[in-house]
Ligand binder design. Sequence first.
Ligand code: CTP
Ligand code: MG
Length: 228
Amino acid sequence: PPFWVVIPAAGVGSRMRADRPKQYLELGGQTILEHTLDRFLDHPQLQGLVVSLAEQDPYWPELQCAADPRICRATGGSERADSVLAGLQVLSGLGANEEDWVLVHDAARPNLALDDLNRLLATLADDPVGGLLAVPARDTLKRAGADGRVQETVDRSVIWQAFTPQMFRLGSLRAALMDALTSGVAVTDEASALEWAGHHPRLIEGRADNLKITRPEDLTWLQQRWQS
Ligand code: CTP
Ligand code: MG
């Protein structure tokens, strides 16, 4: 199906402890953000793409893609949900309809495979709610007590890690994010806002190497794979 994209890229990357936000760190000759954008820009079903940037962002104008007419900009906010909402606003201005599909994908997740993206789109094309790429838990999981000791082993077979892209309809995504923000509930991804609104997003198994760069060792891992 045709789809729109929002790339939230307004975070500071505090856990990365680098000299700049992690989306502007280099990976194989390009910034992480440029790799992420490349995963979408040539897709035949792409209707439009918005990147949400921090209000003060000295790094974006230095990128070659800053002049790319296919990329629109929004000003992100203090929470990820604010950044995504700002992106949705710009999409509406571009002519996106309330029923249109929007994919939200982390700027810091540069290794999305085209077959994962296409499977997400194909699986959800007629879905009433939408869903997300996710990976089943691999390790044995423990619930910890305050004393740092195991209280119990959790049933791994029902636990998934939520990845992106996350794919929802523009109108319901906006409404869910706004409700979640005004209610003060923590939404660390788009699906959790939809869940708060009572929906059950579909989990679509994706590749584990579509990882989000969060800590320095994540970038080291990806740099090693990139070369081989
Ligand atoms: N993001 C955003 N606006 C925010 C916070 C996060 O657009 N207010 C984006 C980040 O740029 C990133 C994605 O959301 O691409 C996932 O967030 P995360 O991995 O938490 O990135 P940061 O918030 O930048 O990192 P940290 O939490 O370590 O500070
Ligand atoms: Mg964060």
